[in-house]
Design a protein around this ligand. Structure first.
Ligand code: UGA
Length: 470
């Protein structure tokens, strides 16, 4: 019987996942721990620190139930817990050998060292430690060895480490967690009790046939492969879009027909400037790195080609679409960017394609005005500097943050749609006739997300370009 659940890490994974667990299991105490005091204060404050539809309601419900706590105490909740989720980040390594390529598991290791320290002084009972962080294959084995080396045998024997990868996507995290397509539990044959505990937790709201218990290494691997295949699918769609533009086809119609084959399916076939987010690039590169470590060089290069293609699409958008259309130069011209988040319904800008496009435009000496309904100036500037370095500092003077999408576009030579927010759409969203009137002529629009009606825009008077359409 599970009475107490703890979670290490109050970020994008730990926070929403635990809020949903608490809301689905009112009789279980869920405590989310993080050493970041500022983050914990935000979770305990009046608005949650992550923009995620439905999340404030779920957190509020748990608050009134009284079974969800956020704390900086990394000791008591872990000692008490029957199940401990580890949801710390595993970003690309930023230093030394395999920089940008390998996953940096330092935070995970630190979490396990702390856990060993905490459990050494706790009463002995069966505990399941659940790795939700995305990790290289074999990490569960390594963390098990770490715990065994740090704890008495009897305590170490009472701990089972399972892998339980996270498949929720930002913007739909609450829905994905409430109604997951699958829950994967990676567990070695020697730990049937751990599999039973995990089943008993998830079966409270997930149908039993959606819970797959597989071995731990396979579970770790399925997470990387899932993301790599999704990234590959988007890249294949974007490659199709590039050819569609040349041969007079429409990528939307092509992929609609392609996706009608049930072996392919209709999802994740939307062409874009490129995929972004904290996971796809990182996980594809981590997969490529693991292959290289195992001397599967060709396989490694195959996966890396997805990242290279994705980067190329972002550059091509500015250099081969925008600049040639705008008479060969954007120097001194106002360009309006709508959307900085890597996708709609999130304020997250990690690896957002908008950073690449903005950076290229600044380098070309454009005057760039940006608007996003959720992204803060601070977060976007940090991402811009993270991706492209402080060499851009002087160019940042040409970057203006707007709080109104119409003001952002007023007087601009071009409007660029970088995120598919509903307010930017033709239908029920933006008033493009009004926008056209306010812009410098000829008024260009570059739709990097395929959310506008190009025919309508052309009728209004725009010189309109859309990815994957001639
Ligand atoms: C992704 C996966 O979808 C989740 O299953 C996974 O749990 C998560 O990574 C993770 O590893 O944590 P996320 O990065 O939040 O989720 O967002 P996605 O919806 O997958 O979108 C990723 C990027 O691909 C976005 O920039 C999006 O705009 C782009 N995209 C997506 C396309 O360009 N075309 C599409 O058809 C779909």
């Amino acid at each position: 019987m599970i009475e107490n659940v703890a979670c290490v890490g109050a970020g994008y994974v730990g926070g929403p996942s635990c809020a949903v667990i608490a809301s689905q299991c009112p009789d279980v105490n869920v405590t989310v721990c993080d050493m970041n005091e500022n983050l914990i204060n935000q979770w305990n404050g009046s608005s949650v620190p992550i923009h995620e539809p439905g999340l404030p309601n779920v957190v509020e419900k748990c608050r009134s139930q009284g079974n969800l706590t956020f704390t900086c105490d990394l000791c008591t909740p872990l000692q008490r817990a029957d199940v401990i989720f580890v949801c710390v980040d595993t970003p690309p390594k930023q230093f030394g050998n395999d920089q940008h390529f390998a996953a940096d598991t330092c935070n995970l290791e630190r979490a396990f060292r702390n856990l060993a320290h905490v459990l050494a002084h706790a009463p002995c009972k069966h505990r399941v430690v659940v790795i939700k962080s995305t990790v290289p294959v074999g990490t569960g084995d390594r963390m098990e060895a770490l715990l065994r080396a740090s704890l008495d045998e009897s305590v170490a024997d009472s701990v089972d480490i399972v892998s339980n990868p996270e498949f929720l996507a930002e913007g739909t995290a609450v829905r994905d967690m409430q109604s997951p397509s699958r829950v994967v539990v990676g567990c070695n044959a020697s730990s049937p009790a751990a599999a039973a505990v995990m089943r008993s937790l998830y079966e409270r709201w997930v149908p039993a046939d959606r819970i797959a218990v597989i071995d731990r290494r396979s579970s770790e691997m399925c997470k990387l492969i899932s993301n790599a295949m999704l990234a590959q699918r988007i890249t294949s769609t974007n490659c199709t879009a590039a050819l569609c533009e040349k041969v007079g086809a429409d990528v939307g119609q092509v992929m609609k027909a392609v996706g009608m084959d049930p072996r392919i399916g209709p999802y994740f076939l939307n062409a874009s400037v490129g995929f972004g987010g904290s996971c796809f690039r990182k996980d594809v590169m981590s997969l490529a790195h693991i292959n290289a470590q195992h001397h599967l060089q060709d396989v490694s290069e195959y996966w890396m080609s997805i990242v290279h293609m994705n980067d190329a699409f972002k550059r091509v958008f500015v250099q081969s679409k925008m600049i040639p259309a705008m008479f060969g130069s954007v120097r001194g011209k106002k360009i309006a960017i709508w959307g900085l988040a890597f996708k709609k319904d999130t304020g997250d800008v990690r690896d957002t394609p908008a950073a690449s496009v903005v950076s290229d435009l600044l380098r070309e000496r454009a005057l760039v005005h940006v608007y996003d309904p959720q992204v803060s100036q601070h977060d976007f500037m940090r991402e811009l500097t993270h991706q492209f370095g402080s060499a851009h500092e002087h160019e940042h003077k040409q970057l203006i943050f707007e709080t109104d999408m119409y003001r952002c576009a007023a007087g601009a030579h071009a409007l660029v749609v970088m995120t598919e927010w509903d307010v930017f759409k033709t239908e029920g969203g933006a008033d493009f006739a009004k926008i056209h009137e306010s812009m410098t002529k000829p008024a260009f629009i570059f739709d990097g997300r395929r959310i506008t009606d190009v025919e309508h825009l052309r009728r209004v008077g725009f010189a309109a370009y859309q990815i994957g359409k001639s």
